[in-house]
Design a protein around this ligand. Structure first.
Ligand SMILES: *[C@@H]1O[C@H](CO)[C@@H](O)[C@H](O)[C@H]1NC(C)=O
Ligand SMILES: *[C@@H]1O[C@H](CO)[C@@H](O)[C@H](O)[C@H]1NC(C)=O
Ligand SMILES: *[C@@H]1O[C@H](CO)[C@@H](O)[C@H](O)[C@H]1NC(C)=O
Length: 300
């Protein structure tokens, strides 16, 4: 890996240690995890982070944005992204580079972090589990609970208004086929992170995203939360309506390469994976197959 030269000092120390001890040592790259909406690091997600650490041998950190559950609903994604950016830069463990694992909405925070964060350490591998990368066409069904109910009720108001955009995180990636001009004009997050507006494309975002070593996109075949499920691979409906679903390679984002997805794919760095379950239902075996290998790569 290109980033390894940064570790050369550490590396020579380790080599010296190996010569003297004959114990094989490798330097593992740490990872951070972003959870989805309505979740928090202190719940089951911390078990998942621990599982990934147990299986990969790499240190992992669930990165909480604000207070977790509530802010994941009500803090706009642009704000969540900038908090993630500041947090990552204060973590010494990550200063030589790190990997990202993200669940669901957490993927939009992850991509904002990769694309927007100035003077940040490099992201090496990025593993996306059920990410709404190309948007969602319908309001996702909500689990139960008061926060969820309020969020859902607010989303049902006119989604492309400043009020909803500024107060409900998922409004930032609702992209309703047939209402694309409204979406492009008023949506405050997805058009930016996807470099969708012709007059506002920023090549820095693309350059940063293209520097990933591996991009792993896991789609859930029976996903009932993401509509369409193919958004996890950047596939989406055509602008005009729900009739035609475009494959990743048929989308303009890919063909005109707005964010570097095509460049990464042509370089063999995008792994399109699918598993059978519903949204985020991934078995330990699938975790071992699709996630863990990318957390185990080290500089030795
Ligand atoms: C986390 O794992 C522990 C055992 O390792 C279990 O007791 C606990 O219920 C799990 N927590 C969640 C929220 O899944
Ligand atoms: C991780 O490993 C530790 C130590 O072996 C064990 O106590 C813990 O239950 C494991 N956790 C998970 C989620 O696999
Ligand atoms: C593009 O994004 C970078 C990084 O956030 C920023 O520094 C730069 O000013 C932006 N360029 C334009 C033309 O907006």
């Amino acid at each position: 890996m290109e980033k390894c030269f940064r570790r050369s000092v550490l590396l020579s120390t380790v080599i010296a240690a190996m010569l003297f001890s004959f114990i094989p040592v490798s330097i593992s790259i740490p990872f951070i995890l972003f959870h989805g909406i309505g979740d928090k690091c202190s719940g089951g997600v911390s078990n998942f982070t621990q599982l990934l650490t147990n299986l990969s041998g790499s240190p992992g950190f669930c990165l909480e944005i604000g207070n977790g559950e509530k802010d994941s609903w009500f803090m706009p994604l642009i704000k969540q992204t900038s908090l993630a950016c500041e947090k990552v830069k204060t973590m010494k463990e990550l200063s030589q580079g790190y990997n990202i694992v993200a669940e669901s909405q957490g993927n939009l925070v992850a991509r904002g972090l990769i694309e927007f964060c100035d003077n940040a350490p490099p992201v090496i591998n990025y593993i996306s589990l059920g990410g709404p990368h190309a948007g969602i066409a319908k309001i996702p069904k909500c689990a139960s609970g008061p926060i969820c109910d309020i969020g859902e009720a607010m989303l049902k108001l006119e989604v492309y208004t400043d009020f909803v955009q500024d107060h409900i995180a998922p409004s930032g990636y609702i992209k309703i086929p047939g209402e694309i001009s409204k979406y492009l004009e008023h949506s405050k997050y997805l058009p930016k992170v996807n470099n969708e507006r012709p007059d506002e494309r920023n090549s820095t975002f693309k350059d940063r995203f293209t520097k990933l070593h591996n991009l792993v996109l896991v789609m859930f075949e029976s996903d009932t939360t993401l509509i369409p499920k193919e958004t996890a691979w950047f596939g989406y409906y055509e602008d005009e309506g729900f009739d035609t679903l475009l494959s990743t390679q048929q989308t303009k984002l890919y063909r005109e390469d707005w964010i570097g997805l095509k460049a990464l794919d042509v370089a063999g760095k995008v792994k399109f994976e699918s598993v059978l379950g519903d949204h985020l239902s991934i078995s330990d075996e699938e975790v071992v197959e699709y996630v863990v290998p990318y957390l185990m790569q080290s500089c030795m």
